[in-house]
Ligand binder design. Sequence first.
Ligand SMILES: Nc1ncnc2c1ncn2[C@@H]1O[C@H](COP(=O)(O)OP(=O)(O)OP(=O)(O)O)[C@@H](O)[C@H]1O
Length: 615
Amino acid sequence: MFKALIEPFRYPKLEVGHGEAKVFGAMGSRKPKAKAKNWSGTLGRIWHYLAERRAKLVLVLFMVLLSSGLSLLGPYLISRAVDDYLGGAGGRTWGIFLLILALVYLLNSLVSWLQNVWMIEVAQETVYRMRTELFAHLHRLPISFFNRRQQGEIMSRLTNDIENISSTLNSSAIQIFSSILTLVGTVGVMLWLSPLLTLLTFIVVPLMMLGMRWITRRTGPLFKERQRNMGELNGFIEETLSGQRIIKAFSQEERVITGFRERNTRIMLSGYWAQAISGFIPKLMNGLNNLSFAIVAGVGGLLAIRGLVTVGIIIAFAEYARQFTRPLNDLANQWNTLLSAIAGAERVFEVLDEETEARDEGAAVKLQHVEGAVKFSGVSFSYEGGADTLQDISFEAKPGEMIALVGPTGAGKTTLIGLLSRFYDPSRGSITLDGRELSTITRESLRSQMAFVLQDSFLFKGTIRDNIRYGRLDATDEEVEEAAKLANAHAFIMRLQDGYDRMLSVDGSGISQGQKQLLAIARAILANPSMLVLDEATSSIDTVTEIKIQEGLQALMRGRTSFVIAHRLGTIRAADRILVLEGGRLLQQGSHEELLQQGGLYSELVRGSKEAAEA
Ligand SMILES: Nc1ncnc2c1ncn2[C@@H]1O[C@H](COP(=O)(O)OP(=O)(O)OP(=O)(O)O)[C@@H](O)[C@H]1O
């Protein structure tokens, strides 16, 4: 019956939400269901982290043992007190038993508290390490990993999924262990007191097992689904917040809200059903517990009348019967939390298992100084095994030369730069820097010799000074200002309130596009790289700022090998070599004059841009 109830809700049929899949294709896509994973493997990996805190864990386990032992002692002491009283010893030993009982309960509270505190410590240290490892790993992953995923979805693994593991380790792990111990101990004592009554208590066990199995089989996938939905929602939130301008510009607010509602509904439904169904467990256990209590009381009463057991034993038994179902109940409850943590851990390990950028070859050298001679020989490249994006590219750049890359959109200009900075490696051919294969140079030292000034220069939250200093962290304030002057940024910075100490909010909002570029140029000048990559701005910047940017760029390029992705042909006439790309092929190369004489795509592009300017 439940199946019929759940199925319609697992993939809710909402009346809205078809349109936005088209507009926001990437946002709307559902990921295929994750393959069933090996749980014991995941638990084993969590254990691997926990084992780092072995000493404290042993202490916790000892406390759990002690606490379980103390819990077992309680009912036994009660039964002794009752039997001693009824047996006529009345008034002498029962008081002592009750006093010991009170001490046992008090001690048990103290032990449980200590066990909790130490386990929380172990859990917090463990997730701290996991979180740090995950973050560090993310920063070592190749660009291709980020091409495939939404940022918010990745963030969800760092926050929600880790949090799930954390809360499970904090409480559930210990609870599960203590429940198993209490269960085993209780059954042992029960068998010792009365095998017959134990058997009677056990009548309800198969029913409990069947009930739990039935429920957890249904809730497990729902918890997994909820984690996945949560990741998807985070991805959607991140994407829509960072795309605010476009959303507003295209008046897509309503569609976005509808898209959010759809994802939110999925989370609500999977969460609702997971909780609602698992909430049935305590009720079921309670009912069966009462049933077993009634059996023990009824049959136990008959046995007592016949003198086969004492009243004390029946009282102890009733208590043990309750204790026996409690850990089962706890286990069932914790099982759901554990499932949710396993689902989270699987998502964390999935990222940790992603291969980092290929390691630098053993013999890779660290570059100290670079002249800047670059040579591409027969280079081809394809993204993730697809068709070739670049085919058989060969050219040379001498130290200090300015190389311009031109060609229609999608020609492969950005991809070529990606190869030069080793975000990707070529499928065929070779790239050398100062005669040395790029693959024999450590990535870090290669990239430290390059600076990028991109169309949309990223600025971090912090002061203008900090943002320029990002180019070289040990630069003095004077050096920062010197770089800003060379970049033509000094004047506008001084006009701002607080000048160099002006705080920039996220991604530099609060200053203009052109000003952002000037700061990026200052940052690159400070880095003093041997090679430069400039992605010329396509957006129209006012003429005065543009002249300033051009002057700043001239200062920056002097004496450095520069690769300029040019969108407006006017600015690259002075280039030493222009590479004309189309469909991933290098069609032409030469200076502006040489290419004009040759005719072909370049002269067509120049003619096209002149006509556009005149129009
Ligand atoms: N991460 C990627 N995965 C798969 N294909 C990609 C990826 N990035 C780019 N491409 C494809 O590679 C080709 C070249 O793209 P590239 O960004 O290098 O072109 P471009 O010349 O820089 O274009 P534009 O002038 O528009 O920036 C395009 O067809 C593009 O669709």
